[in-house]
Ligand binder design. Sequence first.
Ligand code: HPA
Ligand SMILES: [Zn+2]
Length: 349
Amino acid sequence: MFKVPPVTEQRLQQLLRAMPKAELHIHIEGSLEPELIFALAQRNGVPLPYASVEDLRQAYAFTNLQSFLDIYYAGASVLLHEQDFYDMARAYLARAAIDNVAHAEIFFDPQTHTARGVAMETVINGLHRACADARSELGISATLILCFLRHLSEASAFETLEQAQPLLDKIVGVGLDSSELGHPPEKFARVFARCRELGLHRVAHAGEEGPPAYIWSALDALKVERIDHGVQAMHDAALMQRLAQDRIPLTVCPLSNQKLCVFPDLKNHNLRQLLDAGLCATVNSDDPAYFGGYINENFTQVFAATAMTARHAYQLAFNSFEASFASNADKRVWEHRLKETFERFVEHD
Ligand code: HPA
Ligand SMILES: [Zn+2]
């Protein structure tokens, strides 16, 4: 590992913004800004229960995961046509490029759309075209992860997989999201086993609000390669050891955890403890349009609140590439760029 010397606080904030990074936990429907929700509602003639952009933004006061999900699914109801999915993903990727995201693995929730009569291919083709254009026009690499909604049934997840089958070359993996409590990972063991046979990568939200037991079962029953959130692992020493030993990445989302009251404030966030315990933690935005910031805002705010150092910054960016499903050749290129960025900043300090 590159030896990172200490830098001033101001320099560290610049470094956090400038360093290349991968974003591995971003729900594309959670990148829909209120302005775009209103524009799409108008374009598609979808009525909204909010009078204005400001009125909608005012509703973004959450007390837990469910209070957020209710508004998040309502916002997604304006998405009908392939171009809508394209515009949403394109807007996110343009924003991510500004934050020096070199690679994004983007979650999408097809059941939210197919339940409203939108075809699976409309969703996937729109998102995939945006990823392809972003690569050629913005120089950012992006892939797609299909998430099953855990509050729905196993049968619905199997049906969703069936609908996606002809389009599997356009996704890299599957995930599990939505209401965690009361919906343990093992409910989807057979679906994930099938996805594994199909050669898909596997991730799952676990230990956001749910107990460490859900992280154990995501690992052992679903055989996931990464845990999304996972911050509740802190309460189980044996689990912490397993995550460190097997280098199972955690895709941590500080502003999300703050906004959904998983931690009382960022000062009490455990990212630094997870890193210092040797876990492969990463920083991500989750649902940036709803939680008050894109990936760089997550980095700068959690660093300011928890007094982490340039060494932590380097480790987090390095982890994000290591934890990604990109090729080893791509990872080496990004790691090299990361090292160069640090050398440049340190030299001029
Ligand atoms: O943070 C989250 N948790 C679970 N489901 C979600 N869907 C969007 N964001 C989230
Ligand atoms: Zn999430």
